[in-house]
Ligand binder design. Structure first.
Ligand SMILES: [Mg+2]
Length: 408
């Protein structure tokens, strides 16, 4: 049976929350800026009114004020945004239990099994929109597809441009709707990749979809192959509630190709897992205090936790704690399966720091994490890997290729 997946995106999420909580009028051009007191502060979000005046996310306040002199500026309140995001998840869960927060203002939901309770696809989508509007005063846009990639592209490429904010992308619409679009519009086709593709004469998503699978694999490896599948509307990743439970703990594990008995090898794997969970934590704007490590192998299993003074989502800090657990408690039994998790989660306030100009050491480490995430998102999970992952015990590259990597 074909699945029915929605991607629910909140329009101008940060500013909408500010408007709701602080009573700004919709006729006030409002922006959220990392540092409202400085002209060099960066615009994190702009309301539709400011956007119409030409204000863009990521530009400096100084530039924004030139375009829109009466701009009202507020600092970000990440905890409020996170609370709204969690509330939205709860509302979406009244439609289906399969809800996956994808970013702070976007969530996937799989309504295949429950939609009959609400009407047809369009009625269900409308009910989702109405509920979020009624309860939270936020406008949601919905992309509908038979998988996550189609739902995401339906939202970004069509629903956001529609008056009613809902649109669908089905497999039999690909040739009419998706393929004529420029290659840059392909989901997760980064700038660098689209330059490569254009250099090969590929201008549209359809040009890419028409390429031979083997040629794609030879030229661009696994990353290219996954993109190529997306261009053909293929995506096998399920809507996973893991990130939901993940609000209590974010964990990741892997089975190793052989028994690991050297601490150095385990460190390599631990670092990879820490990187993965921290990346997911940062995506949800969360940080955690408690780090748990579990090993299992032919001589039994091992599970220990350690709690830090302060919550973190910085890979190296989580890794230091995980490595400390191994150092102090592991008795050199062979390890075949490793699991690491981060719990005692709280909203990640250090994000605000990383958006300011004068970065201190902590926030610049934090910034590195976000930058690496962006690179991975654009160019695939193996775009940036730590040198240690190139050692024999490293699994990052192999894992990424197995699971379609940049997709996670
Ligand atoms: Mg949005």
């Amino acid at each position: 049976m074909e699945k029915i997946i929605f991607l629910v995106d909140m329009q101008s999420f940060f500013v909408s929350v500010e408007q709701q909580l602080h009573g700004y009028s919709p006729s006030t051009p409002l922006v959220v800026s990392g540092d409202p007191s400085r002209p060099s502060g960066v615009i994190l979000a702009a309301c539709p009114l400011a956007k119409r005046a030409g204000v863009k996310n990521g530009e400096r306040l100084r530039e924004a004020r030139m375009k829109c002199p009466h701009l009202t500026v507020t600092p970000p309140h990440m905890e409020d945004y996170l609370n709204y995001s969690i509330q939205i998840t709860r509302f979406l869960e009244t439609f289906t239990e399969l809800v996956e927060p994808y970013s702070i203002d976007e969530q996937f939901m799989d309504v295949t099994g429950s939609m009959h309770l609400f009407g047809d696809v369009w009625e269900t989508a409308q009910k989702v929109q109405e509920l979020i509007d009624k309860e939270l005063g936020i406008r949601a846009r919905l992309g509908i597809g038979t998988n996550k990639v189609l739902a995401k592209m339906a939202c970004d490429l069509f629903a956001k441009k529609n008056a009613n904010g809902v649109d669908a992308l089905t497999l039999n619409q690909l040739s009419d709707k998706l393929w004529p679009l420029p290659i840059e519009d392909l989901f997760r086709c980064g700038r660098k990749m689209s330059i490569h593709l254009r250099a090969r004469g590929i201008q549209t998503i359809g040009d890419f979809a028409a390429m031979d699978a083997e040629a794609v694999r030879k030229e661009w490896g696994v990353h290219g192959q996954v993109l190529w599948m997306n261009a053909r509307g293929v995506d096998y990743s399920p809507v996973s509630t893991e990130t939901l439970e993940g609000r209590k703990a974010i964990g990741s594990g892997m089975t190793l190709p052989f028994d690991y008995i050297h601490k150095q090898d385990l460190h390599t794997v631990l670092l990879e897992l820490c990187e993965e969970i921290c990346r997911r934590a940062r995506k949800l704007h969360l940080a955690g205090k408690t780090i748990s490590v579990a090993f299992s192998g032919k001589n039994g299993s091992f599970h220990r936790s350690s709690t830090r003074d302060e919550a973190t989502s910085i890979t190296m800090e989580v890794f230091e704690t995980a490595a400390g657990i191994v150092q102090n408690q592991w008795k050199h039994h062979p390890v075949r399966r490793v699991h690491v998790s981060l719990s005692s989660l709280t909203p990640d306030d250090t994000l605000q720091l990383s958006l300011l100009e004068d970065v201190n050491e902590k926030s610049s480490r934090h910034q590195i994490g976000y930058t690496m995430d962006k690179l991975k998102e654009k160019y695939g999970a193996t775009a940036v890997i730590r040198a240690s992952s190139l050692l024999k015990s490293g699994q990052a590259e192999e894992r990424a290729s197995r699971i379609g990597g940049h997709y996670k």
